[in-house]
Design a protein around this ligand. Structure first.
Ligand code: AHM
Ligand code: MG
Length: 339
């Protein structure tokens, strides 16, 4: 079986001009993922569960694991030398690497080191999300926030790690999506899900329906559509909501389905962060043949203005997202102007 490292190296050979820097960057990310995986696997035993005692930029309480994972990813990228700056969910400001070596790095990274971290203590899958951009400022100078404020379409690579019943790393460099399962007995990721494709349609919808009364009418009507009886389209669909974006999207990727995290009138952009949650997942899903939008505009076409900005997310099987967009357009067209 092919290992992740072999797979990444083979890909590099396909690009004659490749210098190996991107390959090293990806390898650094996977090493940090392995370390985080080790801590997650012993979370109940080691003193890693629970609150760290501080809040992050979003005003959310940081879990110990959030802080641990964040530090590991930052250190791996810093010492690797290929990454000039990181935007992380856990850090208010952009992390700019000051040393001369890292300033030469031609890439910048946006990441959510542990997504769904409130699920840690109850043994529910959590994830890591990352995306890589080529920096805009010249190598050898200090990176700036503009290097991160790039449209998703310009992403060079994106991936997620799901720490579930097994640990799987899924990534794309814009040429299809591949998944690798971690074998802890040898400490390696092996190619287990080559060329992943999300079914064009499915029968799962994932949404936190407890917020129903706040949803835009388009979303309310779409939910009712999902619940109607119609044999031809396999409705009523099933509801599946884990509350970990990576786990919900990963399941829908394999089975077919839609995940929605909408906004509401008071908070039109919803909860999820564009740069390090929505955009990387959108790139992966599009590369797998699916679709991702804010209800109107493809996520990858949104021009970011802040590293922590939020966006509504409609993501999953192509036909299902297109249908939800139809409902948004018909019943909640005014939301477009609020975004
Ligand atoms: P986090 O980054 O603080 O962990 O929050 C993101 C998570 C996503 O994984 C998940 O899809 C969403 O929050 C669930 O939110 P809610 O509890 O409002 O349904
Ligand atoms: Mg998150």
């Amino acid at each position: 079986m092919k290992t992740l490292v072999e797979f990444i190296n083979d890909k590099q050979v396909e690009y004659p001009g490749a210098t190996g820097e991107f390959t090293r960057l990806l390898n650094d990310i996977t090493i940090a993922a392995k370390i985080v995986n080790r801590e997650i696997r012993i979370a109940g035993l080691a003193d890693i569960n629970g609150m760290f005692g501080s809040t992050n930029i979003q005003g959310e309480e940081q879990q110990k694991l959030d802080v641990f994972a964040n530090n590991h990813f930052i250190n791996a990228l810093k010492h690797g030398g290929q990454c000039a700056a990181i935007a992380s969910e856990e850090n208010e400001d952009l992390i700019i690497f000051g040393n001369a070596y890292s300033q030469k790095g031609k890439y910048v990274v946006a990441m959510d080191p542990v997504d769904g971290s409130s699920n840690i203590e109850v043994n529910v899958p959590i994830g890591t999300i990352f995306s890589i951009y080529r920096r805009l400022t010249p190598e050898g100078t200090s990176a700036t926030v503009d290097d991160l404020l790039q449209r998703g379409r310009r992403m060079v690579a994106a991936g997620y790690v799901i720490y579930g019943s097994s640990t799987i790393l899924v990534y794309t460099t814009g040429n299809g999506v591949n998944g690798f399962t971690y074998d802890p007995s040898v400490g390696l990721f092996f190619l287990s899900h080559p060329d992943m494709r999300i079914p064009d349609t499915g029968n799962i919808y994932s949404i936190n329906e407890a917020n129903y009364i706040y949803f835009p009418d388009g979303v309310k009507k779409y939910i009712k559509y999902c619940q109607e009886d119609d044999k031809a389209t396999n409705r009523p669909y099933n509801t599946r909501y884990i509350g970990s974006l990576v786990a919900d999207v990963h399941r829908n990727m394999l089975r077919g389905g839609i995940f929605i995290y909408p906004g509401n009138r008071k908070n039109p952009t919803g909860k999820l962060r564009l740069l390090y949650e929505c955009a990387p997942m959108a790139f992966i899903i599009e590369q797998a043949g699916g679709k991702a939008s804010n209800g109107f505009t493809p996520i990858l076409d949104i021009e970011p203005y802040d590293i922590h900005q939020r966006a509504p997310l409609f993501i999953g099987s192509k036909q299902m997202v297109a249908k939800a967009e139809e409902f948004m357009k018909e019943y909640s067209g005014d939301f477009k102007d609020l975004l």
